[in-house]
Design a protein around this ligand. Sequence first.
Ligand code: SF4
Length: 121
Amino acid sequence: MNEYEEEFSEVVADLDQVEDVPTDDLFAVLSRDGACMWVRTTGEEPQWTGDDRVDRALAAPICGGCPVRRECLEFEFRTSGYALSGVWGPLSEEERRAAFVVWLDRRDGLGDEASAGGDQP
Ligand code: SF4
């Protein structure tokens, strides 16, 4: 087991629970229940800075209380793949890319959508 597998295996294994959920259904759940959607509509969205470290700190409490974190990360891996960007809870883009590689390995058969997200390392 390499260092990334060790670090992210638990996070990635948790995504098995939504492996069979269609991507459109994941999107519908995120749109309805994502905490970030809620803060946008209530005007309580943080003042994003564009600095990844600062923005992750701002996003952490929002994502930390989000009921659909699992669906969100699964959706991101399927639709963005290695080309993912932006803020997701406590994980930086670099960490999510590392977790994505672990996710691909775990899923073994690469889905069409997963491979659409850009080159792998
Ligand atoms: S985990 Fe974070 S980015 Fe994803 S839907 Fe929830 S609040 Fe939004």
